[in-house]
Ligand binder design. Structure first.
Ligand code: NAP
Ligand code: G4F
Length: 339
C-alpha cells in the first residue's frame, strides 16, 4: 500500500505535536501547517525536524484566517487525511478576542472545506470540536447532549461542528467531529490551568516563585492524557464511516483537587502558596464537564489508560525536571559571565 499523506493544522500545538509523532510511527508522510510568528513557534516539533527526513515530515506556512494560503497548500500536498486542530484554543482569551476566535475557529473550517471542494479532493477529515460546546448542559455529556456554549470559543466550535455535519450530508465530505474533553500533558500550554499549576509547584519547590494565583477552584473537568486522545483522532479517520465521537475518561475532578494532588507530590502545603484573583474568572463559567465515551469504546475500540493521579504525576515530574535544567543552565551561564 502506498504511504499515506496527512496534513495537520495546528501541528505546533500540544495535540499536533503528539499526532505528528503517532502518524510518523504509522509510516505516514506528514505535513504540518505553521503560521507566521515573530518568535520561533516550533518548540514542540523541533525534535521531529532533527530526527525525521524532510521527505517524511515537513512544514508548510499557512494561516486559518487566510483562505488563499490554505488553497495553495491543499493543491501542493493533496492529503489523504486532514487533521484540523488549529485554533485559538484558550476559552478566557476568546472573551478578549471574540472576532478573531470566530474567524480562526469557525471560518477557518469553512476555508479549509471550500478549498477541498474547489480542488475536488477526497480526503478524510478530522474536525477538532470540544466538550466546551456542551457548556451549561449537565454531566455526563455524550453525543446526544444539548449544545449550550458559554464562550465565544465554544460558540465558534459549535458553528464548526454543525458546518462539518452540513458538508457531510450535503456534499458527501468525509469528516468526523471529535468532541474531546480536556486533555493535558507536559506539552500543554503554560496558561491552561493544569500546566500553570504543575509548573508553579515546581518553581515554588525550587525557590523560583512565591505564589500561584488562580481563578475558580471549584470548576469540574474531565482530564485525560493527550497522547491517548490523538490516537482516538486517528481511529476516527480509520472508521468505516464518518461520525461524531465524545472522547473522555468519564471521571471529573475540581481545579482544587488538581492543586492538592500536585502540591502533595511537591511535599508542600498548597494553602500557603495559592491565592485566587477575580482577574482569572470568566464572564461565564462552565461548571462541570464529565464525558461518556461509550460510543468511541464500542465503535473505535478506544479507551483511556492514564488516570488522574498518574496524569498529575507525569506533568509534575516533567515540570520539575524542566525547571531544574533551566535553573542549572542559568547558574552555569551566570558563572560563565563572571569575569
Ligand atoms: P493548542 O496547543 O493551543 O494548539 C493550537 C494550534 O493552533 C497551534 O499550533 C497554533 O499555532 C495553531 N493556530 C492558532 N491560530 C491559528 C491560525 N490562525 N492559523 C493557523 N494555526 C493556528 O491546542 P491543543 O490543546 O493542541 O488543541 C488542539 C485542538 O483541539 C484545538 O482546536 C482545540 O480547540 C481543540 N481541543 C483541545 C482540547 C484540549 O483539552 N487540549 C480539548 C478539546 C478540543 P501557534 O503554535 O503558532 O500558536
Ligand atoms: O485549563 P483551562 O483554561 O481549560 P478549559 O477552559 O476547560 O478549556 C480547555 O479545554 C477545552 C475542552 O473542554 C478545550 F476545548 C479548550 O481548547 C481548552 O483546551 O481551564 C479549566 C478550568 C476552568 O474552569 C477555569 O475557569 O480551570 C479554571 N481556572 C481556574 N484558575 C483557570 C485558572 N483556568 C486558567 N486557564 N487559568 C487559571 O488561572
Amino acid at each position: 500500500m502506498p504511504r499515506r499523506t496527512a496534513l495537520i493544522t495546528g501541528v505546533t500545538g500540544q495535540d499536533g505535536s503528539y499526532l505528528a509523532e503517532l502518524l510518523l510511527a504509522k509510516d505516514y508522510r506528514v505535513f504540518g501547517v505553521v503560521r507566521q510568528s515573530s518568535v520561533f513557534n516550533t518548540g514542540r516539533i523541533d525534535h521531529l525536524f532533527e530526527k525525521v527526513d524532510s521527505s517524511r515530515f515537513d512544514y508548510v506556512r499557512g494561516d486559518l484566517t487566510d483562505g488563499s494560503s490554505l488553497g495553495r497548500l491543499l493543491r501542493l500536498i493533496k492529503p489523504d487525511e486532514i487533521y484540523h486542530l488549529g485554533a485559538q484554543s484558550h476559552v478566557q482569551v476568546s472573551f478578549e478576542i471574540p472576532e478573531y476566535t470566530a474567524d480562526a475557529d469557525g471560518l477557518g473550517l469553512v476555508r479549509l472545506l471550500e478549498g477541498v471542494r474547489e480542488l475536488d479532493l477526497r480526503p478524510r477529515i478530522y474536525n477538532a470540536c470540544s466538550s466546551e460546546m456542551f457548556g451549561s448542559a449537565p454531566p455526563p455529556q455524550d453525543e446526544t447532549s444539548p449544545l449550550q456554549p458559554c464562550s465565544p470559543y465554544a460558540a465558534a466550535k459549535v458553528f464548526a461542528y454543525h458546518l462539518a455535519r452540513v458538508y457531510r450530508s450535503g456534499y458527501g465530505t468525509w469528516i468526523a467531529n471529535g468532541i474531546l474533553f480536556n486533555h493535558e500533558s507536559p506539552r500543554r500550554g503554560e496558561r491552561f490551568v493544569t500546566r500553570k499549576i504543575t509548573r508553579a509547584a515546581a518553581r515554588i519547590k525550587l525557590g523560583l516563585q512565591d505564589e500561584l494565583v488562580l481563578g475558580n477552584l471549584s470548576a469540574l473537568r474531565d482530564w485525560g492524557y493527550a497522547p491517548e486522545y490523538v490516537d482516538a483522532m486517528w481511529r476516527m479517520l480509520q472508521a468505516s464511516e464518518p461520525g461524531d465521537f465524545v472522547i473522555a475518561t468519564g471521571e471529573s475532578h475540581s481545579v482544587q483537587e488538581f492543586v492538592e494532588a500536585t502540591f502533595a507530590l511537591a511535599g508542600l502545603d498548597w494553602r500557603r502558596y495559592v491565592r485566587t484573583d477575580p482577574a482569572y474568572l470568566r464572564p461565564v463559567e462552565v461548571d462541570a464537564l464529565r464525558g461518556d465515551a461509550s460510543l468511541a469504546r464500542r465503535v473505535l475500540g478506544w479507551q483511556p489508560c492514564v488516570n488522574f493521579p498518574e496524569l498529575v504525576r507525569i506533568m509534575w515530574e516533567a515540570d520539575l525536571q524542566r525547571e531544574r535544567i533551566l535553573l542549572e543552565g542559568t547558574a552555569a551561564h551566570a558563572a560563565a559571565a563572571v569575569p
